[in-house]
Design a protein around this ligand. Structure first.
Ligand code: SAH
Length: 345
């Protein structure tokens, strides 16, 4: 059966026509799901009984069940959802002064193999459909009985390795008749799939693009992120320049600081050279240590020195506040633990 949340509004209209129904019914259904946030077709009371039956015969609502929920002392909540086929995905909710931000997964597992990431070493299963991405938002909103204001694609998976479904999820999230979360409140993070960065630039969306950079030369970056062997830093920077010229939007470069690996002054100098003159911002992340991880978090002193060097040299840099570290909120950690426990059982 088809998941009704996989369709954007235009596609849903086509689905209704296929069922010999009027297109405007799609708008009513869309409102029930994304504005009124109902969970069952029977709750859509302005639809005839006959139409509700038709919908039940043809579609599922794909409502997630919470397998596990952890709450941090700082308010961060981490969810493990059953995606209804026996697989589990993680979603994190963070509270900032400007609102509630949800960090969604785009795939079950990840193929990118970054050395420092908890998703590495755990098998890749499949990409999520757009409905499965969107449902993470609805399920969390239902749990907290509140609306979410920002969405970041920084959970498990590489969003640009699931490009079409991620873009369609963005259309549903962004639609004024849907979840109505403004494109400026949606961020997509990529490890650097160059052709997709260019394709994304051509969409001319107002979403924020984040690039997981983490190192400033090919030697070091290839050791941390295998994707760099396919698309090196030069190709990545060219694609970033293309994105900036097409959209006139600032790119956010993610840089996870690991002690004695990429956190000394030489690295900061190289980073300045690489980014000088670009419309960008650097997000410094104290690296989260993962089990068996080779990387250790930089000292606070080094992190601050690194930031100050960038700022003094014309690159705007901020240190990301660490949220939820007491509940393994870093991406992939909960799913990894679940799979490890299954293996032990
Ligand atoms: N695949 C995408 C999005 C998922 S990861 C990407 O690579 O951008 C979201 C962010 O968390 C990325 O910047 C990633 O590099 C970072 N990250 C992964 N593991 C981390 C860790 N152990 N510590 C700090 N940041 C980490």
């Amino acid at each position: 059966m088809k998941n009704i949340k996989d369709y954007n509004l235009e596609e849903l209209k086509e689905q209704l026509v296929l069922l010999d129904e009027k297109k405007y019914r799609a708008e009513q259904i869309f409102k029930w799901i994304y504005v009124d946030k109902v969970k069952e077709f029977d709750e859509m009371t302005n639809l005839s009984l006959e139409l509700r039956e038709k919908l039940k015969e043809n579609f599922t609502m794909c409502n997630y069940k919470i397998l596990k929920k952890q709450e941090s002392s700082d308010g961060t909540k981490k969810y493990l959802f059953d995606v209804l086929d026996g697989n589990a995905i993680e979603t994190v909710l963070m509270e900032y002064h400007h609102g509630k931000t949800i960090c969604v997964s785009s795939q079950i597992g990840c193929k990118m193999g970054c050395e420092f990431c908890a998703s590495t070493g755990v098998k890749f299963v499949r990409s999520l459909t757009s409905g499965e991405i969107v449902e993470q938002i609805l399920a969390v909103e239902q749990d907290i009985q509140d609306n979410i204001s920002n969405v970041v694609f920084m959970g498990i998976g590489e969003p640009f390795d699931n490009y079409e479904n991620v873009m369609n999820a963005v259309r549903i999230i962004n639609n004024q008749k849907g979840l109505n979360i403004g494109a400026r409140h949606i961020s997509i993070s990529t490890s650097g799939l160059v052709p997709k960065i260019r394709e994304f630039a051509d969409e001319e969306l107002q979403c924020t693009l984040s690039i997981s950079l983490h190192a400033t030369n090919d030697d070091k970056r290839s050791k941390m992120m295998p994707v760099n062997r396919k698309y090196n830093i030069k190709e990545l920077m060219d694609a970033c320049d293309y994105y900036i010229s097409k959209t006139n939007k600032r790119i956010s470069f993610e840089y996870a600081l690991a002690k004695d690996n990429n956190d000394n002054l030489e690295d900061a100098k190289e980073l300045v050279k690489l980014l000088k003159g670009k419309l960008c911002h650097v997000n410094l992340i104290p690296i989260n240590k993962i089990d068996n991880g080779k990387f250790v978090k930089s000292t606070n002193e080094n992190i601050i020195k690194f930031r100050d060097y960038l700022n003094k040299n014309g690159i705007v840099a901020t240190i990301r506040r660490e949220l939820g570290s007491d509940i393994d909120a870093a991406c992939g950690q909960l799913r990894r633990k679940k799979l490890e426990n299954q293996e032990e059982e």
